[in-house]
Structures are given as C-alpha cells and as structure tokens.
Design a protein around this ligand. Structure first.
Ligand SMILES: [Fe+2]
Ligand SMILES: [Fe+2]
Length: 254
C-alpha cells in the first residue's frame, strides 16, 4: 500500500492527479491513503476531497487543519472515504476510522493526532488506538498518526507493533529517512513529508514564513510557486502473516 504525505494547495493536488495513478501502477500498490489536510493551504473543501479521491486515493486522512474549511463537516458525515483524527475530545462531525474492502481483505484505516506541541486538548491517541483496534472486524490496520513530535510518533509505532501493519507520521511536511519494520511486523516511518511546492517552507512562500520569523504582522499564507514533489512511502505487507515486509520511500520530484 502507498501512504502519501500532506497534499498542499493547487500544486499538490495537481501533481497528485498526474502522478498517483502511475505510481500505483509502478509499485503495484493495491491501496492508497492520502493526507489531504492542506489541500486548501489549511483545510480541505468537499470539491478538493473529491479531486483527491478521483486522483486514486482510496482514503483521505486529515489532521490539525481539519476544521479550517468548516464546510467539510457535512461532507465528513456523508463520505466514508475521508477520515478526521479519531481522538478529538468533543463532539465533532465525521469519523476517525473506517473499514474498506481490498482484494478480499478488510482494511481498517485509523487517523490519529498527537498532543505534544500540537493540540493538548485531544484525548490520548494511545488510548484511542487501543479502543479502536480492539475490534476483530478487520484483517489489517493502517494508521496515519498526524503529530509534531518525532518521539510521540515513534512511541505510537512501538505501541502498535504487531497490531497495525503500517504506521506512518504526517504533519511536519518534512520526509524522514527512518523507514523500518519493527520486531512484531509493523512498518513505520516517522514522517511521509508533503506533496506540493518544493521551493517553499513546508509548502508556503518562503517570504510568508520569513516575515513571521522576522517579527512581521501575521499574513495569510500563500502557496509557493514552482516545481512540485510527491512524498510517499510504499508498505509491502504479507497479508497472510499480517506483517509488513518492507517500507521504502516512493518519492517523486519534478
Ligand atoms: Fe498538520
Ligand atoms: Fe500538513
């Protein structure tokens, strides 16, 4: 299966639409999960979600920008192929886990969000994972852990080792080089990276970011221009043994 990092803006949606079908074919991936929380820069509209699904995503996951485009709420309730983090503490629209058919298997996809330096008001993602993965009505579990801290992401992977076939981090927009399979068969990478403009600070215009660090007044972030990249990882899973066999980066740079 392929896991694709946060899709940023028009550029990110464009490269995803053009390259995901070929990447799926090239890698032989039977399933693709795409993080879409930055399709609008911050947030995602129903139209953008449809575009990502049409590009070849089986499931869209989200993160801390879920509610920046509030109109997504109704869509989250209606479209089972888009998930928001499962561990929101309050009553919010949508769902954080779905079970999807794939080649005779039932794949559980879970979207969780971290608390460290991100959102301390969330329920524990570790306890939420325990609760959600307790059921036996799926064959394999795939987890997008949207979090800032590398330690929290690593801890989650070990927490789920042997219970999830794949755990990957999203949110930082910077790909990590630590693809590995843990002892009990969970494939893990700390962060997928992002899908969007390469010459940027996390997808936005460098001047926008620099303005903030130099003490300027907050301004609306604008998507950077220029060439785009697609950051993704390929998890190869033995469906009988329910173990990940390998995790490799599957990035595209244009
Ligand atoms: Fe995020
Ligand atoms: Fe993001």
């Amino acid at each position: 299966m392929l896991a694709v990092g946060d899709v940023v803006g028009e550029g990110g949606q464009d490269i995803l639409s053009r390259r995901l079908p070929g990447l799926r074919e090239e890698t032989g991936a039977h399933f693709a999960v795409v993080n879409g929380e930055n399709a609008s820069g911050v947030g995602i509209t129903p139209a953008q979600a449809r575009r990502i699904l049409e590009a070849g995503a089986d499931v869209i996951t989200l993160g801390n920008h879920t509610w920046n485009r509030i109109q997504i709420g109704v869509f989250l309730d209606r479209e089972p192929r888009i998930l928001r983090p499962a561990n929101y503490a309050g009553r919010v629209p949508g769902r954080g886990m779905g079970i999807y058919p794939c080649r005779g298997l039932r794949l559980a996809v879970v979207n969780l969000m971290g608390r460290v330096e991100l959102n301390p008001n969330l329920d524990s993602p570790f306890k939420a994972a325990n609760f959600l993965l307790r059921g036996q009505d799926y064959d394999l579990a795939l987890v997008d852990f949207h979090a800032e801290a590398t330690s929290e992401k690593g801890a989650m992977a070990w927490h789920l080792d042997g219970r999830a076939a794949a755990v990957w981090g999203t949110h930082t927009h910077v790909p990590t080089a630590d693809c590995q399979v843990l002892p009990n068969g969970t494939g893990f990478v700390t962060d997928l990276g992002m899908t969007g403009p390469s010459r940027s600070v996390l997808g936005i215009k460098p001047a926008n970011s620099l303005n903030l660090f130099l003490g300027g007044l907050p301004r609306r972030y604008e998507e950077a221009e220029g060439p785009c990249k697609l950051n993704a990882c390929l998890f190869t899973i033995d469906t009988e043994k329910k173990r990940c066999l390998s995790v490799t980066r599957a990035d595209i740079q244009e």
